[in-house]
Design a protein. Structure first.
Length: 290
């Protein structure tokens, strides 16, 4: 890895973080007007449309030996998206975003329990810090009517962790762009059924926001793939935490929403946990999330 590649990888990941903040803002703008299942369907549909030129130019990327795995992963991904969208529509944006960062904590725990990856002292310390951060974020919301939304955000993080654990196995046979393409292809028909049940036709402006969100989602997945190719995961992964201040700024400017101190304290603990786990992962192969 050269210094130039490292800078490029970090820069791409910073842009992905900005895109994630825009994505969250769009979901909040659509709150109460477009159902989360409909947003999930349009997200993957516009994402697939954005991916089609690349698929048509390189059809070999669709070669896979894990079709059943792609179906399961797509279902988990759709569940994660809808849970996160519902949470973003009902709870403070920065708080939901901070809880979403707990996914790597659950990945470490899941790898220990299901893949026999025994964590070292740094990872164990990261696990403890991470769960402490989650509790710090969740505790003040009890009794404020936000518990359901924040539990959905926690569910989204759990499902994301399950997806990343699957990728540890699927990534041994399929390339990153193959994983992204099949995720979108399988997600569209799966998302269509609940979207049809909750369907209400969006306005022209809403269609524009939904299309933008779909494009951002696909570009972000490809951007993450490229960032992890250019630089070490331990360097690139923590950059995604820039999404939190971007989201907090957007929430303040657009919705006059201030993030509680507990969100920042909890996020800081989770960030420290991920830094510890990233340090323990130096020199190991890391599967790019998709």
């Amino acid at each position: 890895m050269t210094d130039r590649n490292a800078v490029t990888g970090v820069s791409i990941m910073a842009l992905v973080a900005m895109g994630g903040a825009v994505d969250s803002t769009i979901v909040r703008l659509l709150a109460g007007e477009v159902h989360p299942f409909v947003i999930g369907f349009t997200r993957v549909s516009f994402g697939l449309i954005a991916m089609l030129p690349l698929i048509l130019r390189r059809p070999e990327m669709l070669r896979t030996k894990a079709r059943a795995g792609h179906v399961i992963r797509a279902a988990l991904k759709l569940g994660s998206l809808v849970a996160m969208f519902a949470a973003l529509q009902a709870a403070p944006l920065a708080t939901v975003t901070a809880i979403g960062f707990a996914a790597p904590i659950f990945v470490t725990l899941g790898a220990w329990l299901f893949l026999s990856e025994k964590p070292g002292p740094l990872r164990l310390g990261g696990l403890l810090l991470g769960f402490a951060g989650i509790l710090v974020i969740l505790a003040p919301s009890i009794g404020l009517g936000e518990e359901r939304a924040l539990m959905l955000a926690l569910l989204a993080a759990l499902l994301t962790a399950a997806i990343q654990l699957m990728l540890k196995v699927m990534g041994r046979t399929d390339r990153a762009d193959t994983l992204v393409a099949w995720n979108l292809i399988m997600s569209v028909p799966l998302a269509a059924i609940p979207a049809w049940y909750f369907w209400s036709t969006p306005t022209t402006a809403q269609w524009g926001l939904l299309a933008l969100q779909g494009v951002i989602g696909t570009v972000s997945q490809l951007g993450v793939t490229r960032a992890f190719q250019l630089a070490d995961a331990s360097l690139v992964a923590p950059v995604d935490f820039l999404r939190l201040p971007f989201v907090a700024l957007s929430a303040w400017l657009i919705f006059s929403e201030l993030s509680p101190l507990s969100t920042w304290l909890g996020a800081a603990l989770i960030f420290a946990a991920i830094l510890l786990m990233a340090a323990s992962a130096r020199g190991r192969q890391v599967v790019v999330p998709g």
